[in-house]
Design a binder for this molecule. Structure first.
Ligand SMILES: NC(=O)N[C@H]1NC(=O)NC1=O
Ligand SMILES: [Zn+2]
Length: 461
């Protein structure tokens, strides 16, 4: 058989373990995996000594196109994703403008993504008090699920979901067979604490942290879990920031609640002291936590209790990150390019986290949870979405390596061990040796809404 591509000699990172093998690619799919493939192939990638991960699936990014493309955009966002080994991103319904609350807004975003994205993509729809009657048309259009904020989103045109909206939205989503992703922070309490602290002139990192303590996250997680249990909705908890949050959500999951747990690299890489040191570039909501919570979060990751890790890449224009008032600065971190380096450095090298567990959280579980049937594994029949990694390479992240529209990131100047050297989407190179290959145009990946992706919520090991 004539192959399009042969990836030779790499250590394949697969759910069952890491082993050396060749990969044969035909028509964008993995056609064969054998200890040795002799070809012929039109193209050869020599991967000896490299680790071949399934391309990362980042289920939580804000690329902000259309409408706030001056903050990021699909072209620069997907380029950064690819430079970090990512092959599929899932764009949130905000901070693009208008947000994706109707079919028409979905179609507008789809057009922009098809025109500009260098990788494949999926799209979230919104769930707000304004669009309950549009969830059905969004499902038909192909959203992977619905995103709701229990607290202020930072974007006035994307309103927080009150309990009634969340309840009705989850009932509808359950019927449509789609998950609801929830930003879990208690709005009443965070708003109250913010007012109290602001009235005394509070503006520092410590003041900001005090306005969103861990219990305000726990209360919202608890409420979201109850509503999911009551409605039978598949719940996805985005960016759990605290170890306590993971413990709480995992208990519910163990009881049978259909919930998946997401955390972000920045909650693993940073703690409160770093916010004091770095300022607005590390501002996010929920905020980075105290060291003890950070270690408890690592324990959850190491114990396999966290289903998946996503970047919550949420950049802004640089002016919104200026000044000394932490409350006034934009809340959101630029990190889509750094997920794998963080997990390899802080997880694999520093804490013994296995490569298989890393790739389960960044590829396999995201694909299984959201029904991306062709994605997420280095296995025959799957799309040839691959990230080649030099596990031993050490580097300091410099501004000129960032593909973001605005090259700011809390990871600048940080030392990493483990570097992405080559990324392929459906067998086509999109990133290699530090350079973007901009030829490929990304495709929309629709979720397979089928029983095996709904139901028990169990994620296969
Ligand atoms: N609107 C928006 O991107 N909000 C995100 N930023 C952040 O730090 N947390 C979020 O939910
Ligand atoms: Zn987000």
């Amino acid at each position: 058989m004539g192959l399009d591509l042969l990836v030779r000699g790499g250590y394949l990172v697969r759910p069952e373990g890491v082993a050396r093998a060749d990969i044969g690619v035909l028509d964008g799919k993995i056609a064969m995996i054998e200890p040795q493939i002799d070809g012929p192939a039109r193209m050869l990638i020599e991967a000896t000594g490299r680790y071949v991960f399934p391309g990362l699936i980042d289920v939580h990014v804000h690329f902000n196109e259309p409408g706030r493309t001056h903050w990021e955009g699909f072209a620069s966002g997907s380029a950064a994703l690819a430079a970090g080994g990512g092959t599929l991103f899932c764009d949130m319904p905000l901070n693009s403008h208008p947000p994706v609350l109707t079919r028409r807004e979905f179609d507008d975003k789809l057009g922009a993504a098809r025109a500009h994205s260098h990788t494949d993509f999926a799209l979230w729809g919104g769930l707000t008090p304004d669009n309950l009657e549009h969830l059905g048309e969004l499902a038909e259009a192909g959203v992977m699920g619905f995103k709701a904020f229990m607290a202020n989103s930072g974007i006035s045109e994307f309103r927080a979901a009150d309990d009634a909206t969340l309840y009705e939205g989850m009932r509808l989503a359950a019927r449509l067979g789609l998950p609801v992703a929830v930003h879990a922070e208690n709005d009443t309490l965070t708003a109250h604490l913010t007012r109290q602290i602001r009235s005394k002139g509070g503006a520092s990192a410590r003041d900001y942290l005090a306005s969103r303590p861990v219990f305000t996250e726990l209360e919202a997680i608890q409420r979201a879990l109850l509503l999911a249990q009551e409605t039978g909705c598949r719940l996805h908890l985005v960016h759990i920031s605290s170890g306590s949050g993971v413990v709480l959500a995992y208990e519910a999951k163990a009881r049978g609640v259909d919930v998946s747990l997401e955390t972000c690299p920045h909650y693993l890489a940073f703690s409160e002291e770093d916010l004091e040191r770095l300022g607005a570039v590390l501002k996010c909501a929920p905020p980075v936590r105290a060291r003890e919570e950070q270690e408890l979060l690592w324990n959850g990751v190491l114990a396999g209790k966290v289903d998946l890790i996503a970047s919550d890449h949420s950049p802004s224009s640089p002016d919104l990150k200026e000044g000394n008032d932490l409350f006034a600065a934009w809340g959101g971190i630029s990190g889509v390019q750094s997920t794998l380096p963080v997990l390899l450095s802080e997880g694999h090298w520093a804490r013994g986290l296995s490569l298989e567990t890393i790739s389960r959280m960044t590829s396999c579980h995201p694909a299984q949870r959201f029904g991306f049937a062709q994605k997420g594994q280095v296995a025959v029949g799957f799309d040839a979405d691959l990230a080649l990694v030099d596990l031993e390479a050490e580097f300091t992240l410099n501004q000129d390596e960032l593909f973001y529209r605005h090259p700011q990131s809390p990871y600048l100047g940080r030392r990493f061990k483990g570097r992405v050297v080559h990324t392929l989407v459906r067998g086509q190179t999109v990133f290699a040796e530090g350079k973007l290959h901009p030829e490929l145009r990304g495709q929309l990946v629709r979720p397979q809404v089928r029983r095996e992706f709904g139901g028990s919520g169990r994620i296969a090991e």
